[in-house]
Design a protein around this ligand. Sequence first.
Ligand SMILES: *[C@@H]1O[C@H](CO)[C@@H](O)[C@H](O)[C@H]1NC(C)=O
Ligand SMILES: *[C@@H]1O[C@H](CO)[C@@H](O)[C@H](O)[C@H]1NC(C)=O
Ligand SMILES: *[C@@H]1O[C@H](CO)[C@@H](O)[C@H](O)[C@H]1NC(C)=O
Ligand SMILES: *[C@@H]1O[C@H](CO)[C@@H](O)[C@H](O)[C@H]1NC(C)=O
Length: 391
Amino acid sequence: MMSTTIPRVSSLDDAKDLPHRPRPLPFRLLRTLFIFLVLGLSLSLLGIYATRHFAVQTTLSGAGSTLLRSCFRADDPPPGPGLDPWIRPPLGASHSMTDDELLWRASFVPQVEEYPFRRIPKVAFMFLTRGPLPLAPIWESFFKGAEGRYSIYVHALPSYMANFSSGSVFYKRYIPSQVSEWGRMSMCDAERRLLANALLDLSNEWFILLSESCIPVRNFSFVYEYFARSRHSFIGAIDDVGPYGRGRYDLRMMPEVSIDQWRKGSQWFEVNRKLAVSIIKDTTFYKKFEKFCRPACYVDEHYFPTMLTIESPHLLANRSVTWVDWSRGGAHPATFGRSDITVAFLIRVLEGRTCEYNNHTTTACFLFARKFAPSALEPLLKLAPDVLGFG
Ligand SMILES: *[C@@H]1O[C@H](CO)[C@@H](O)[C@H](O)[C@H]1NC(C)=O
Ligand SMILES: *[C@@H]1O[C@H](CO)[C@@H](O)[C@H](O)[C@H]1NC(C)=O
Ligand SMILES: *[C@@H]1O[C@H](CO)[C@@H](O)[C@H](O)[C@H]1NC(C)=O
Ligand SMILES: *[C@@H]1O[C@H](CO)[C@@H](O)[C@H](O)[C@H]1NC(C)=O
C-alpha cells in the first residue's frame, strides 16, 4: 500500500514501514532536508514568541513592581547591607592604609547636609607625643561619664609600644605613625595623619590637638558646650610684623600666599569638621610650605593658620584655647612642676585673661593648659575636683 512514487513524509513513523525496501537516495535526501526546514522554522517561531513574551513580562513587572516588592518584603531578608557599613566608626585606631590612601579615604564628604540617622557629634582628642602620656590619669578622670561624646587618637614614635590596659581610654588608640620633627613638614604630616584618622569616624565634629604635657582645665561638659556653641574654630592666627612673623615669609610663596596673608599661630589648634577636611585635602599650599618654609621658618606655626586664613577667615577665632606661659622668655614656654601647682596658679590660668567668644568678652578663654611635668600630676589630681570642676 506504500507507493514508491508518491512520497509520504509527513509522518516520521512511515520510515518503519520500509525496512527492506530502501528508497532511492534523492528521495531520502529531500526528506531529511524537509525535516530540518520544519525544525528550523518552529525553532525560530519559538524564539520570536519567547522574546515578545518576556519583553511583555518585563514591562509588566516594571509597572507592578510596587505590588511585587511589597509581597516579597514581608518575609525576605533585606537584599543587601543597609547604611550601617557606611556610618559605623572603625573599631580600633589601627589600620593598614598608607598615608596617601588614608588622606584620600578621609576626604570623603557627604553632600546631603542632614544626616539620615541619629548622630551625636563628638570631640576628637588628638595627642601628639613621643610615646608615653605621663598625665594620662588626669585625662582618664576628665573623660569619666562622657562616653559617646568623645574619641581619642594618639600619634607617637613608630617604635613606641603602648601598654595601656583595656580599661583605659587610651587603650588601642595609637594610630599608625611616622617620625616627626619639630618645626619640619613631618610635624604637619603627623597632624594631618591625626586629623585623617579622626575624620574616618563620621561622628567626630570638633578636632583638638594636644601634647603629652597638656592638661584639661575645665570639665568635659564645659569643653563640649564651648566647642558646640562657638561660631568659630580656635586656631591662633595673627599677623606678626616682626622678624618671627612676617620675617619668616618667603616671596617665592607668591602667588598662592602674599605677605599680608601670612599668619602665625600656636601649633595646638581646634578645628571643626569642615576645616579638618580642608587641611587634609590640601595640596596647593602644602607644596609651597614644604619648599619655602624651612627652619628658621617653623612650618607648624604658619602652614595651617595661613592656609585657613586664606580659605575660611570668617570661621576662625584667631586664638587658641590652650593656655601657655611665655612670660619667662626664651625659645620655649615655661614648664610647671609639683611646686608650681597651687589654687592661686590654677585660678590665674582659668581667669587671668579676657578674650572674645561669639563676639562677647569673657574670661573663659582656656580649656586646656601646657606645659606640665609628670611631677605636677599628683597635686593636679588633688585640686581638680574643687578648682577645675572634675575628678
Ligand atoms: C608599661 O611599660 C612601662 C615601661 O615601658 C612600665 O614602666 C609600666 O609598668 C608598664 N605598664 C603596664 C601597665 O604594664
Ligand atoms: C562643669 O563645670 C561647670 C562650671 O565650670 C559647672 O557649672 C558644671 O556643673 C560642671 N559639670 C559637671 C558635670 O561637673
Ligand atoms: C580672624 O581673622 C580674620 C582675618 O585674618 C577675620 O576675617 C576674622 O573675622 C577674624 N575672626 C574673629 C572672630 O574676629
Ligand atoms: C560684634 O560686636 C561688634 C561691636 O561690639 C558689632 O559692631 C558687630 O556687629 C558684632 N557682630 C556680630 C556678628 O554680632
